[in-house]
Design a protein around this ligand. Sequence first.
Ligand code: DLL
Length: 436
Amino acid sequence: MIWNPNKECMSRDEMSALQGKRLHKIVQYVYHNVPFYRHKLQEMDLTPDDIRTIEDIVKLPYTTKKDLRDNYPFGLQAAPQSEIIRIHASSGTTGNPTIVGYTRKDIGVWSECMARSLTAYGVGRDDIFSVSYGYGLFTGGLGAHNGVEMVGASVVPASTGNTEKHAKLIRDLGVTGIACTPSYALYLAETMEQIGITKDMIKLRVGAFGAEPWTENMRAEIEERLGLKGFNLYGLSEIMGPSVSYECRMQHGSHINEDHFYPEIINPVTLEPLPKGQTGELVFTTLTKEGMPLLRYRTRDLCALMPGECGCGRTSVRMTPISGRSDDMLIIRGINVFPSQVESVVLSMKEFAPRYLLVVDRINNLDTLEVQVELRQEYFTATFDTPAAIDELRKRLADKLRSVLSISAKVQLKAPNAIERSQGKSVRVIDNRKLK
Ligand code: DLL
């Protein structure tokens, strides 16, 4: 089944015409409502009338996460506050998170995009569907939730944590579908095995996995251990949240909701657009968003757009799985973490030298983060024989990191010069997780 064949199966010409019309409108809208964009366009000697067709998009400026940071919290919001009915946030590169406001219409579009995804996975009214992305400022929980309600399945808003209880609910309620990160799916499988819940005791048949990179090997393992079919679900808060794109039953790339989010691929160094089929950085323009529309937002995700038709009947363009990032963002337990966030915490405490290292690992299918930091010489000399002071400092740093990163990190305090110096660029991250 296809949720909205009118939009998901349009001819190329119809789609381009619709995108062009919507682009013109959105440029006009931001020009009049967002001083940041008005100034940018004026600097480039552009008016909304210069943008008539979708091909004109290349004339427009890019938007970056730094622009969001510089305009924190509401500087890029286009709709008046009275029209905003929901606010989500995601990690910024340093202290402040990125804030995204949605109007009622935005939430409606988002719910429909999520409903399109779920329908492509084969989820319908008879399903009992557990949403095990985090509910809260993260877009995963509420975003998936609205879509499940829209398709009419019974939503179980399980969120994350309390995995044993969740595993029992999956068994007892006969839950048939689940949305969570792929690493959480593996952790769930492991928990089930530990408490004696076997595959034949549960009815799971569909998984909507995303929010972090995963591989075909992980898919095979999750499918085998939970007895379900796993589908990719992609998105990012700045553009909408989950379901910017989704896999269909062909599982050959993820269909982009391109009537709402126009994709381009660029060379992340030269910023030149690349032809279809080449791998580069994914850029999105929101074509219908009212709350915080963005022009040519650089996602930093690396992938390619796939030319050609799909056997499922949808004509929307597909993207390959994300193969990496053009910046240093890590995703740890589904949470985006920038090394610069750790740096800002370390620099805010006078006891530490600006030398730190993030060590990321995956132990029993759970991501772990250790932060190693060097003490300043004066502080080290004053405290190295008073373990209580060191303990207190370690705890203070761990608390600060948890509040800034939204995940807990193990802290290791190091003596001055104990962190290895590199010859060239300093190494800030060691990621021992092997995505096979
Ligand atoms: O992760 C939204 C989401 C929630 C997507 C639930 C899917 C499911 P952010 O926290 O803003 O939003 O993180 C966005 O996560 O730029 C990618 O780097 C990464 N990401 C998201 N989905 C996938 C995926 C949500 N399917 C960032 N595969 C993005 C690989 C993904 N990476």
